[in-house]
Design a protein around this ligand. Structure first.
Ligand SMILES: Cc1ncc(COP(=O)(O)O)c(C=O)c1O
Length: 451
């Protein structure tokens, strides 16, 4: 006769997707709640609103000064979102007509799409299959006489190989921009991301690990980069411009953009700057605990830095794991993640879709120049060069599963979520009938993460 424990285990072994009981039975409470809003946040935001200073600059400048101090960079420019901050930084770095900017194709579109409006064109590079960040060797292959800069994305919180990338940039005299939108406070060999390149940008929208809400910021140590960034989209600060050749254009933003940050966000952000490092320490502990459990499960491996390298994922935005379909007789990640979701876990299949295959970058004539913008903005390139062939990027969506993002270290709860993955992994064969494949997983926005 079965003991009670055996009966329960057997019953639980029926996958929830196939009519069984869910593996996750505990209540999550606030383990996923983000951002964590305190009375202090509310009061800070109310002060701005009551003073009617939403369009002012004083709180924003305080936010910039504090963030620059914490990260250790000279100049900070806050914007109304990360897309704007990256636009300012790329213009600041001098990206202009005919320039090529090398960028990973596996990223959110706002790492690079702004170069079209600067008259430049992206050149997409492949990723490293382990870290999912841009491959230094592939960057080097794509350098041409027209290459001006490299955009590095610390993808899903994972720091890119900055030693190798900075060495390539120095050898070829290229500018480096770090898109740190997924990787606030992540460390690469003990040094914080956003402090390596000539400039760095961060999205601070409310889903990010440093969540402020529709806001972004760029940093640089180069006064000229900062002044050009101001010139592009911050006319209300043109009095800060000292360089004579830029000063004469003050008064109207040269790009025709208005990128000022809303001060309710700046006030919220100032409180976040007090709290986020302690919160990230909790997240790092919780996520490493969870990923240790995930790494013991057949066919899965968390994407995270090697232990003992003093490299971290900061706030762990968009935690993910490698999914190896060959270890599951080809079972699609979509079917696998649907089954894990049915067990009560917020997870999803895939990651960002490759930019280089989107028609914006293969055919669209954005500005009516009579040819695709990539050609119009290039120096003699033909459409034969596009789309690039990026073997790792092109298959990665079918090999990645999004993990739940725990904000608190609560081992009993976290264990149950890991158990859901283990249960599906052990019973994967039952999912093979009815598998419709992984076509169309991932996306160009962030909504695919909750699918
Ligand atoms: C890698 C990356 N870069 C840039 C951005 C753009 O930031 P925002 O949404 O604040 O404009 C995002 C936002 O999702 C992002 O994920």
């Amino acid at each position: 006769m079965n003991t009670q424990a055996e009966t329960t285990a057997n019953y639980k072994a029926v996958l929830a997707l196939l009519g069984g009981e869910k593996a996750v039975t505990c209540l999550p409470g606030d383990i996923f709640t983000w951002p964590i809003v305190t009375k202090e946040h509310e009061e800070a935001v109310l002060r701005v609103i009551r003073a009617g200073s939403m369009s002012g600059l004083d709180v924003t400048m305080e936010f910039e000064t504090e963030y620059a101090r914490q990260i250790g960079r000279k100049y900070a420019l806050a914007c109304n979102n990360g897309t704007a901050a990256i636009h300012c930084a790329l213009y600041g770095l001098g990206i202009g007509a005919g320039d090529e900017v090398i960028c990973p194709s596996l990223t959110y579109w706002a790492s690079i799409t702004q170069v079209f409006s600067l008259g430049a064109t992206p050149v997409f590079a492949d990723i490293d299959p382990e870290t999912l960040c841009v491959s230094p060797a592939d960057i080097e292959k794509r350098i041409s006489p027209h290459t001006k800069a490299i955009v590095v994305v610390h993808y899903a919180g994972m720091p890119a190989a900055m030693d190798e990338i900075m060495a390539i940039a120095r050898r070829h005299k290229l500018k480096v921009f770090e898109d740190c939108s997924h990787a606030h406070a992540a460390l690469y060999k003990g040094r914080e991301v956003g402090t390596f390149g000539d400039a760095a940008g961060f999205s601070l929208m409310s889903g990010k690990s440093l969540a402020v809400g529709e806001a972004g910021i760029m940093f640089t140590d180069d006064r000229r980069v900062y002044e050009r960034a101001i010139l592009l989209g911050h006319y209300e600060r043109h009095d800060k411009i000292e360089s004579a050749d830029l000063k004469k254009y003050a008064g109207i933003p040269c790009g025709g953009y208005k990128y000022r940050m809303h001060q309710a966000s700046s006030a919220f952000g100032l409180v976040q700057l007090k709290l986020y490092r302690a919160q990230f320490a909790q997240i790092d502990k919780a996520m490493n605990y969870f990923c240790d459990l995930i790494d013991k499960i057949h066919g899965l491996k968390a994407v995270r830095p090697l232990a003992g390298t003093n490299t971290t994922k900061g706030g762990w935005y968009f935690p993910i794991a490698h999914y190896y379909p060959e270890k599951f007789k080809g079972l699609s990640v979509k079917r696998f993640s649907d089954a894990v979701r049915a067990e009560g876990v917020p997870c999803g299949a895939g990651c960002n879709k490759p930019l280089h295959q989107h028609p914006l970058f293969t055919e669209m004539d954005v500005y009516g120049q009579g040819k695709p913008t990539r050609i119009a903005n290039s120096n003699g390139t033909t459409m034969k060069s596009y789309p690039e062939k990026l073997p790792v990027t092109e298959v990665i969506n079918s090999r990645i599963i999004a993990l739940p993002w725990f904000k608190h270290y609560r081992p009993d709860i976290i264990k149950e979520y890991a158990e859901a993955f283990r249960k599906v992994s052990q019973n994967y064969e039952k999912l093979l009938p009815g598998d419709k494949g992984s076509e169309n997983v991932g996306g160009y926005s962030t909504s695919f993460r909750s699918r």
